[in-house]
Unconditional design. Structure first.
Length: 115
């Protein structure tokens, strides 16, 4: 069974940057389309960004397009989310998972953006 461990979150001022990592164990990620999701306080979890199994295709929520970049390193079995120009509305707990058929959720990593 795959275990997904997210890291890299923190407190940052508006306009700042963070890089999130999602390390997998128990299964190789190389055959899977992967995605980042987030759950703002008091709201439902939402899609943020996805990357195809080959890394050749990416897809973003409109709210993050042009600011966030998803990437993957299949040698390290890790997926990344580079977040630039952060806004207070990006405050959420961030999770990674398959894009499509979901596995169990990890513990997530908290991102807090102050104004």
């Amino acid at each position: 069974q795959v275990q997904l461990v997210e890291s890299g979150g923190g407190l940052v001022q508006a306009g700042g940057s963070l890089r999130l990592s999602c390390a997998a164990s128990g299964r190789t990620l190389s055959s899977y389309d992967m995605a980042w999701y987030r759950q703002p306080p008091g709201l439902q979890r939402e899609f943020v960004a996805a990357i195809s199994w080959s890394g050749g295709s990416t897809h973003y929520a409109d709210s993050v397009k042009g600011r966030f970049t998803i990437s993957r390193d299949d040698v390290k079995n890790t997926v990344y989310l580079q977040m630039n120009s952060l806004k207070p509305e990006d405050t959420a707990k961030y999770y990674c998972n398959n894009y499509g058929s979901l596995d169990g959720w990890g513990q997530g990593t908290q991102v807090t953006v102050s104004s």
